[in-house]
Ligand binder design. Sequence first.
Ligand code: RIB
Ligand code: CA
Length: 317
Amino acid sequence: MAPRKILLDCDPGLDDALALLLAHGDAGIDLIAVTTVGGNVGLAGTTRNALALREYLGFEAVPVAAGAADPLERAAENAAHVHGEAGLGDVHLPVAVLPTSAVHAVDLIIETLRNAPGEIHLVATGPLTNIALALRKEPRLATWAASFTIMGGSFTRGNATPAAEFNIYADPEAAAIVFAAGWEVVMIGLDLTLQAIATPAIIERMRGLGALGEELVIPLATFWTNPHDDDWQGQAVHDVCAVAYVTRPDLFTSRPARVEVETRGQFTSGATVVDFSSTAPNAVVPVALDVDGFWDHVYAAWEVVALQRALRTGDRG
Ligand code: RIB
Ligand code: CA
Protein backbone atom coordinates (compact mmCIF):
# COMPACT_ATOMS: atom_id res chain seq x y z
CA MET A 1 0.00 0.00 0.00
CA ALA A 2 1.31 3.46 -0.91
CA PRO A 3 2.03 5.68 2.10
CA ARG A 4 -0.96 7.67 3.29
CA LYS A 5 -0.54 11.43 2.92
CA ILE A 6 -1.24 13.20 6.19
CA LEU A 7 -1.68 16.86 7.12
CA LEU A 8 -1.37 17.15 10.91
CA ASP A 9 -2.93 20.15 12.72
CA CYS A 10 -1.55 20.21 16.25
CA ASP A 11 -0.64 22.12 19.41
CA PRO A 12 2.73 20.64 20.52
CA GLY A 13 2.40 19.66 23.37
CA LEU A 14 3.98 16.59 24.91
CA ASP A 15 1.80 14.05 23.12
CA ASP A 16 1.53 16.08 19.92
CA ALA A 17 5.32 15.85 19.72
CA LEU A 18 5.14 12.06 20.09
CA ALA A 19 2.41 12.02 17.43
CA LEU A 20 4.69 13.99 15.06
CA LEU A 21 7.41 11.44 15.79
CA LEU A 22 5.05 8.62 14.78
CA ALA A 23 3.93 10.47 11.64
CA HIS A 24 7.57 10.93 10.64
CA GLY A 25 8.69 7.39 11.47
CA ASP A 26 5.77 5.32 10.14
CA ALA A 27 6.69 4.13 6.62
CA GLY A 28 2.96 4.00 5.90
CA ILE A 29 2.70 7.77 6.33
CA ASP A 30 3.86 10.57 4.06
CA LEU A 31 3.71 13.68 6.27
CA ILE A 32 2.71 16.38 3.79
CA ALA A 33 2.33 19.40 6.09
CA VAL A 34 2.05 20.48 9.72
CA THR A 35 -0.16 23.31 10.94
CA THR A 36 -0.21 24.75 14.43
CA VAL A 37 -2.94 26.16 16.65
CA GLY A 38 -3.01 27.74 20.08
CA GLY A 39 -3.89 25.11 22.66
CA ASN A 40 -1.61 23.42 25.18
CA VAL A 41 0.41 26.64 25.17
CA GLY A 42 -0.04 29.79 23.10
CA LEU A 43 0.39 29.77 19.32
CA ALA A 44 3.91 31.20 19.49
CA GLY A 45 4.90 28.27 21.72
CA THR A 46 3.17 25.51 19.75
CA THR A 47 4.66 26.87 16.54
CA ARG A 48 8.13 27.23 18.03
CA ASN A 49 7.89 23.62 19.23
CA ALA A 50 6.71 22.32 15.84
CA LEU A 51 9.60 24.07 14.09
CA ALA A 52 12.14 22.76 16.61
CA LEU A 53 10.79 19.21 16.33
CA ARG A 54 10.96 19.42 12.51
CA GLU A 55 14.70 20.05 12.64
CA TYR A 56 15.46 17.76 15.59
CA LEU A 57 13.61 14.84 13.96
CA GLY A 58 14.75 15.66 10.42
CA PHE A 59 11.65 16.45 8.36
CA GLU A 60 12.82 19.86 7.16
CA ALA A 61 11.12 19.45 3.76
CA VAL A 62 7.68 19.43 5.40
CA PRO A 63 6.06 22.90 5.56
CA VAL A 64 4.94 24.18 8.96
CA ALA A 65 2.30 26.93 8.94
CA ALA A 66 0.96 28.79 11.97
CA GLY A 67 -2.78 29.19 12.43
CA ALA A 68 -5.22 30.54 14.95
CA ALA A 69 -3.98 31.94 18.23
CA ASP A 70 -7.43 32.20 19.77
CA PRO A 71 -10.71 30.24 19.70
CA LEU A 72 -13.56 31.41 17.48
CA GLU A 73 -15.50 33.13 20.23
CA ARG A 74 -14.00 32.43 23.63
CA ALA A 75 -10.90 33.51 25.50
CA ALA A 76 -7.93 31.20 24.96
CA GLU A 77 -7.41 28.40 27.46
CA ASN A 78 -4.12 26.54 27.81
CA ALA A 79 -2.78 23.40 29.46
CA ALA A 80 0.63 24.70 30.52
CA HIS A 81 0.02 23.12 33.92
CA VAL A 82 0.20 19.76 32.14
CA HIS A 83 2.70 20.42 29.33
CA GLY A 84 4.98 22.95 31.02
CA GLU A 85 5.26 26.65 30.26
CA ALA A 86 7.18 26.02 27.02
CA GLY A 87 4.89 23.14 26.02
CA LEU A 88 7.39 20.27 25.83
CA GLY A 89 7.83 19.64 29.53
CA ASP A 90 11.49 19.89 30.45
CA VAL A 91 12.64 19.09 26.91
CA HIS A 92 14.42 22.10 25.43
CA LEU A 93 15.30 21.51 21.79
CA PRO A 94 17.67 23.71 19.81
CA VAL A 95 15.84 26.74 18.45
CA ALA A 96 14.80 26.12 14.86
CA VAL A 97 16.66 27.84 12.04
CA LEU A 98 14.02 27.38 9.34
CA PRO A 99 10.93 29.60 9.53
CA THR A 100 7.27 28.84 9.19
CA SER A 101 5.64 29.02 5.76
CA ALA A 102 4.42 32.50 4.87
CA VAL A 103 0.92 31.12 4.28
CA HIS A 104 -1.61 30.92 7.11
CA ALA A 105 -2.43 27.42 8.33
CA VAL A 106 -6.05 27.74 7.22
CA ASP A 107 -4.99 28.52 3.66
CA LEU A 108 -2.39 25.74 3.67
CA ILE A 109 -5.06 23.25 4.76
CA ILE A 110 -7.49 24.43 2.05
CA GLU A 111 -4.94 24.57 -0.78
CA THR A 112 -3.28 21.25 0.13
CA LEU A 113 -6.60 19.41 0.04
CA ARG A 114 -7.94 21.35 -2.96
CA ASN A 115 -4.90 20.30 -4.96
CA ALA A 116 -5.22 16.63 -4.05
CA PRO A 117 -8.92 15.84 -3.54
CA GLY A 118 -9.44 12.44 -1.95
CA GLU A 119 -5.73 11.95 -1.23
CA ILE A 120 -4.95 13.77 2.01
CA HIS A 121 -5.80 12.32 5.44
CA LEU A 122 -6.45 15.25 7.76
CA VAL A 123 -5.58 14.73 11.43
CA ALA A 124 -6.18 17.22 14.25
CA THR A 125 -4.73 16.80 17.72
CA GLY A 126 -5.45 20.21 19.21
CA PRO A 127 -8.39 22.58 19.46
CA LEU A 128 -10.33 22.54 16.17
CA THR A 129 -10.14 26.27 15.43
CA ASN A 130 -8.04 25.99 12.24
CA ILE A 131 -10.25 23.22 10.87
CA ALA A 132 -13.43 25.19 11.57
CA LEU A 133 -12.01 28.33 9.97
CA ALA A 134 -11.01 26.32 6.91
CA LEU A 135 -14.51 24.81 6.63
CA ARG A 136 -16.08 28.28 6.92
CA LYS A 137 -13.80 29.61 4.17
CA GLU A 138 -14.13 26.55 1.93
CA PRO A 139 -16.99 24.14 2.86
CA ARG A 140 -15.89 21.74 0.10
CA LEU A 141 -12.96 20.85 2.36
CA ALA A 142 -15.23 18.22 3.93
CA THR A 143 -15.49 16.46 0.54
CA TRP A 144 -11.78 16.73 -0.30
CA ALA A 145 -10.37 14.98 2.78
CA ALA A 146 -9.57 11.29 2.30
CA SER A 147 -10.40 10.93 6.01
CA PHE A 148 -10.60 13.17 9.06
CA THR A 149 -9.39 11.97 12.45
CA ILE A 150 -9.24 13.93 15.70
CA MET A 151 -7.96 13.36 19.17
CA GLY A 152 -10.74 14.93 21.17
CA GLY A 153 -13.94 14.46 23.11
CA SER A 154 -15.16 11.63 25.28
CA PHE A 155 -18.32 9.58 25.66
CA THR A 156 -17.90 9.42 29.42
CA ARG A 157 -15.94 12.00 31.41
CA GLY A 158 -13.76 14.93 30.47
CA ASN A 159 -10.34 16.08 31.65
CA ALA A 160 -10.51 19.87 31.32
CA THR A 161 -13.77 19.69 33.29
CA PRO A 162 -15.76 16.67 34.48
CA ALA A 163 -17.82 17.03 31.28
CA ALA A 164 -15.35 18.16 28.61
CA GLU A 165 -12.06 17.00 27.08
CA PHE A 166 -9.50 19.79 26.59
CA ASN A 167 -9.40 20.03 22.75
CA ILE A 168 -13.17 20.40 22.55
CA TYR A 169 -13.42 22.50 25.74
CA ALA A 170 -10.87 24.98 24.37
CA ASP A 171 -13.08 25.81 21.36
CA PRO A 172 -16.56 24.23 21.50
CA GLU A 173 -17.92 26.44 18.70
CA ALA A 174 -15.19 25.22 16.38
CA ALA A 175 -15.87 21.61 17.32
CA ALA A 176 -19.61 22.08 16.66
CA ILE A 177 -18.81 23.38 13.16
CA VAL A 178 -16.48 20.45 12.52
CA PHE A 179 -19.00 17.77 13.55
CA ALA A 180 -21.73 19.44 11.46
CA ALA A 181 -19.66 19.68 8.26
CA GLY A 182 -21.08 16.57 6.60
CA TRP A 183 -17.93 14.43 6.70
CA GLU A 184 -17.29 11.38 8.88
CA VAL A 185 -15.24 12.39 11.90
CA VAL A 186 -13.12 9.70 13.52
CA MET A 187 -13.38 10.87 17.12
CA ILE A 188 -10.60 9.34 19.20
CA GLY A 189 -11.61 10.43 22.65
CA LEU A 190 -10.36 10.00 26.18
CA ASP A 191 -12.18 6.68 26.58
CA LEU A 192 -9.81 5.28 23.97
CA THR A 193 -6.65 7.27 24.62
CA LEU A 194 -6.61 6.46 28.35
CA GLN A 195 -5.91 2.88 27.21
CA ALA A 196 -2.64 4.11 25.62
CA ILE A 197 -0.62 4.63 28.79
CA ALA A 198 3.16 4.92 28.82
CA THR A 199 3.53 2.62 31.81
CA PRO A 200 6.86 1.98 33.54
CA ALA A 201 7.26 -1.16 31.39
CA ILE A 202 6.68 0.86 28.21
CA ILE A 203 9.14 3.51 29.40
CA GLU A 204 11.71 0.78 30.02
CA ARG A 205 11.15 -0.45 26.47
CA MET A 206 11.74 3.09 25.15
CA ARG A 207 15.29 2.97 26.49
CA GLY A 208 15.97 0.87 23.40
CA LEU A 209 15.62 4.08 21.35
CA GLY A 210 19.03 5.25 22.56
CA ALA A 211 19.62 8.99 22.43
CA LEU A 212 16.15 9.67 20.95
CA GLY A 213 14.60 7.89 23.91
CA GLU A 214 16.75 9.60 26.51
CA GLU A 215 16.59 13.11 24.99
CA LEU A 216 12.98 13.21 23.78
CA VAL A 217 10.61 10.25 24.08
CA ILE A 218 11.06 9.37 27.74
CA PRO A 219 11.12 12.97 29.07
CA LEU A 220 7.98 13.80 27.02
CA ALA A 221 6.18 10.64 28.13
CA THR A 222 6.97 11.01 31.83
CA PHE A 223 6.73 14.77 32.45
CA TRP A 224 3.15 14.81 33.70
CA THR A 225 2.38 12.85 36.82
CA ASN A 226 -0.84 12.94 38.78
CA PRO A 227 0.12 13.37 42.44
CA HIS A 228 -3.52 12.99 43.49
CA ASP A 229 -3.79 9.53 42.00
CA ASP A 230 -2.06 6.99 44.20
CA ASP A 231 -2.41 4.19 41.66
CA TRP A 232 -0.91 6.35 38.90
CA GLN A 233 0.16 4.08 36.05
CA GLY A 234 1.66 6.67 33.72
CA GLN A 235 0.84 9.31 31.10
CA ALA A 236 -1.57 8.73 28.21
CA VAL A 237 -0.10 9.41 24.77
CA HIS A 238 -3.45 10.77 23.57
CA ASP A 239 -2.47 12.30 20.22
CA VAL A 240 -0.34 9.34 19.13
CA CYS A 241 -3.58 7.32 18.90
CA ALA A 242 -5.00 9.69 16.26
CA VAL A 243 -1.98 9.31 13.97
CA ALA A 244 -1.83 5.54 14.57
CA TYR A 245 -5.47 5.20 13.49
CA VAL A 246 -4.75 6.49 9.97
CA THR A 247 -2.57 3.54 9.00
CA ARG A 248 -3.65 0.98 11.60
CA PRO A 249 -7.42 1.17 12.12
CA ASP A 250 -7.22 -2.58 12.76
CA LEU A 251 -5.78 -1.79 16.19
CA PHE A 252 -9.06 -0.11 17.16
CA THR A 253 -12.57 -1.40 17.81
CA SER A 254 -14.89 1.35 16.59
CA ARG A 255 -18.61 2.16 16.59
CA PRO A 256 -20.67 4.60 14.53
CA ALA A 257 -22.31 7.42 16.50
CA ARG A 258 -23.95 10.80 16.30
CA VAL A 259 -21.79 13.34 18.11
CA GLU A 260 -23.13 16.74 19.14
CA VAL A 261 -21.09 19.37 20.96
CA GLU A 262 -22.49 21.28 23.93
CA THR A 263 -21.73 24.99 23.48
CA ARG A 264 -24.19 26.56 25.94
CA GLY A 265 -23.97 24.46 29.12
CA GLN A 266 -23.14 26.21 32.33
CA PHE A 267 -21.29 23.15 33.62
CA THR A 268 -21.10 21.09 30.44
CA SER A 269 -19.65 23.45 27.84
CA GLY A 270 -17.40 21.47 25.48
CA ALA A 271 -18.99 18.11 26.25
CA THR A 272 -19.31 15.71 23.32
CA VAL A 273 -22.71 14.05 23.50
CA VAL A 274 -22.24 10.66 21.81
CA ASP A 275 -25.32 8.72 20.63
CA PHE A 276 -24.28 5.20 19.60
CA SER A 277 -27.89 4.34 18.71
CA SER A 278 -28.40 7.18 16.25
CA THR A 279 -29.67 6.39 12.75
CA ALA A 280 -27.85 9.50 11.49
CA PRO A 281 -24.23 8.99 12.53
CA ASN A 282 -21.65 11.70 11.75
CA ALA A 283 -18.73 9.99 13.45
CA VAL A 284 -16.83 6.78 14.06
CA VAL A 285 -15.82 6.44 17.71
CA PRO A 286 -13.06 3.95 18.61
CA VAL A 287 -13.88 2.38 21.97
CA ALA A 288 -11.18 -0.26 22.45
CA LEU A 289 -7.46 -0.47 21.63
CA ASP A 290 -5.22 -3.45 20.94
CA VAL A 291 -2.71 -2.09 23.45
CA ASP A 292 0.14 -4.48 22.73
CA GLY A 293 -0.31 -4.08 18.98
CA PHE A 294 -0.40 -0.29 19.39
CA TRP A 295 2.88 -0.12 21.29
CA ASP A 296 4.57 -2.56 18.89
CA HIS A 297 3.47 -0.34 15.99
CA VAL A 298 4.54 2.90 17.67
CA TYR A 299 7.90 1.55 18.90
CA ALA A 300 8.78 0.22 15.43
CA ALA A 301 8.13 3.65 13.87
CA TRP A 302 9.97 5.54 16.60
CA GLU A 303 12.91 3.12 16.23
CA VAL A 304 13.18 4.10 12.54
CA VAL A 305 13.67 7.73 13.57
CA ALA A 306 16.10 6.72 16.33
CA LEU A 307 18.27 4.94 13.76
CA GLN A 308 17.99 7.85 11.30
CA ARG A 309 19.13 10.25 14.01
CA ALA A 310 21.97 7.97 15.06
CA LEU A 311 23.23 7.84 11.47
CA ARG A 312 22.86 11.60 11.11
CA THR A 313 24.42 12.61 14.42
CA GLY A 314 26.72 9.72 15.14
CA ASP A 315 24.97 9.25 18.51
CA ARG A 316 24.56 5.70 19.67
CA GLY A 317 21.17 4.29 18.61
O1 RIB B 1 -7.14 15.99 26.22
C1 RIB B 1 -5.93 15.64 25.61
C2 RIB B 1 -5.62 16.56 24.49
O2 RIB B 1 -5.44 17.87 25.00
C3 RIB B 1 -4.30 16.23 23.77
O3 RIB B 1 -4.40 16.63 22.43
C4 RIB B 1 -3.28 17.06 24.49
O4 RIB B 1 -2.17 17.41 23.64
C5 RIB B 1 -4.10 18.30 24.79
O5 RIB B 1 -4.06 19.13 23.65
CA1 CA C 1 -2.70 18.09 21.44
